[in-house]
Write a protein that binds this ligand. Structure first.
Ligand code: TYD
Length: 426
């Protein structure tokens, strides 16, 4: 690996930020009486200093541009800053750089107060050795000064990564190599003309330039657990949407099931006609489905740096077969150890719901499968087994969420704890 210090521009390099920027600029222009502009015309606000853009694109005077900048910030500071999404593959890249001991900085022209909020909200903060941006008072955010400050702080063999000519020129002014990324808001011509050392057309190509054949970090494994009726499916969608916004390439799977073979086992084990199935058969079928899923889907996805979300995993067997079926939790844990080896989740979201609350929900839901037809005492034992399992020592991976609250409250609670756990795992 050639570079030991990597400086990242923010907008158009780490995050796709057009929503927040264009909407806030449209809001400001509108309030100033400069109406009739479109989002497309305002895409040019991304990159250069705001003050200059208001003058150039809207034809404002210096004084008007100053006022417009203040109005822009009025909206941006409340909602605009969070109207962002991280480019897919960025968290995996940051993890790999960190794993290889590379120093990472964010070198942005965005006012520091916003850059810091974004770094926290979108999960960059734990990876950054430095975050440099201008103070709010500056109209001209000189990239060269920002890059110089990063070099002073971190040293090493530095490369500046950015999507606009300003980034490349800022790097070149300090005599360091530059990587122009074309997936952001600049053009390839612009980046070449300004003298970029390398061009990357995707995050993947950027990772190849930065990491070469150095070892990459593995992805993350997240599972979801809870008794039938806890609202897992709804919350899974919110979880996946959130992780995708954070730039994770998410692979979703469920158990029993996964690939074609595991789905056949799912059908067999859940089919209501199979009333003569013995408990042991059931326990081994769940473990068999899992053995298949781990090898066919979960491990390859983790190796590729993806984040896997698995709806139910080993803990379901411990709760349902160990507790519900009274087969003993240690015995079920043992069977499953054979099936999954050391593929253990880093995060488990436990949607905690009492059997009474869960029953009320199930009664209003669709056709029950074989497991859902079980008696109430079965679900009470399942719940107790979950509770006992997660009360054990060494369960830092578990995020417990009160699933009896409204959908929005459950989502908010879940994502807050998830972000804290992701930060701890960075
Ligand atoms: P599913 O329709 O996926 O239910 P849910 O949406 O609640 O996850 O059916 C899975 C059923 O299988 C569910 O009742 C729990 C049960 N189950 C076990 O008993 N043991 C296991 O190991 C797993 C994965 C699921």
């Amino acid at each position: 690996m050639k570079y030991t210090t990597v400086l990242f521009d923010l907008d158009g390099t780490l995050t796709r930020s057009e929503e927040g920027i264009t909407r806030s600029a449209l809001y400001a222009a509108d309030k100033m009486g400069f109406t009739g502009f479109t989002k497309e015309e305002f895409m040019a606000f991304i990159g250069p200093p705001l003050f200059e853009s208001f003058k150039k694109i809207c034809g404002m005077t210096d004084e008007q541009a100053d006022q417009a900048t203040a109005l822009y910030r009025e909206r941006f500071s409340v909602v605009g800053w969070a109207e962002n999404e991280v480019y897919p593959g960025i968290p995996a890249l940051l993890r790999s750089l960190k794993k290889n001991g590379v120093k990472i900085a964010m070198a942005t022209a965005k006012p520091l107060v916003f850059a810091e909020k974004i770094a926290k909200r979108f999960g960059f903060e734990p990876y950054l050795d430095a975050l440099i941006g201008p103070g709010l008072d500056k109209k001209h955010a000189g990239k060269a000064d920002i890059v110089a400050e990063c070099i002073r702080l971190l040293g090493g063999e530095v490369v500046m990564v950015g999507d606009r000519c300003y980034d490349v020129e800022g790097g070149a002014a300090n005599g360091v190599d530059t990587i122009g990324v074309t997936y952001g808001y600049g053009t390839e011509e612009e980046l070449i003309a300004s003298g970029a050392t390398h061009i990357a057309h995707s995050v993947q190509e950027l990772a190849d330039i930065l990491l070469g054949d150095a070892p990459r970090a593995k992805g993350l494994f997240v599972t979801m657990e809870g008794v039938d009726g806890c609202g897992k499916t709804t919350q899974r969608e919110a979880l996946v949407a959130h992780l995708t916004q954070l730039g994770w390439e998410v692979q979703v799977t469920r158990e029993p099931g996964g690939d074609e073979i595991a789905e056949k086992i799912r059908h067999l084990v859940l089919d209501p006609v199979n009333t003569a199935m013995f408990d042991e058969t059931e326990a081994y079928l769940y473990a068999a489905s899992r053995a298949q899923n781990v090898r066919a889907l979960i491990r390859p996805a983790l190796e590729a740096g993806k984040l896997v979300v698995c709806d139910r995993y080993v803990d379901s067997s411990i709760a349902y077969q160990g507790g519900g079926r009274q087969m003993g939790t240690a015995r079920i844990a043992q069977i499953n150890k054979e099936a999954v080896g050391d593929t253990i989740p880093e995060i488990t979201v436990y949607l905690r719901m009492t059997p009474q609350d869960a029953l009320a929900r199930r009664l209003s839901a669709s056709e029950p499968d074989r497991l859902e037809k079980e008696k109430d005492s079965f679900f009470a034992r399942t719940f107790e087994a979950y509770e006992a399992l997660y009360a054990q020592a060494g369960m830092e991976r578990v995020i417990t969420v009160d699933a009896s609250k409204s959908i929005e409250e459950v989502t908010a609670q879940m994502l807050k704890q998830l972000d804290a756990r992701l930060e701890a795992l960075a």
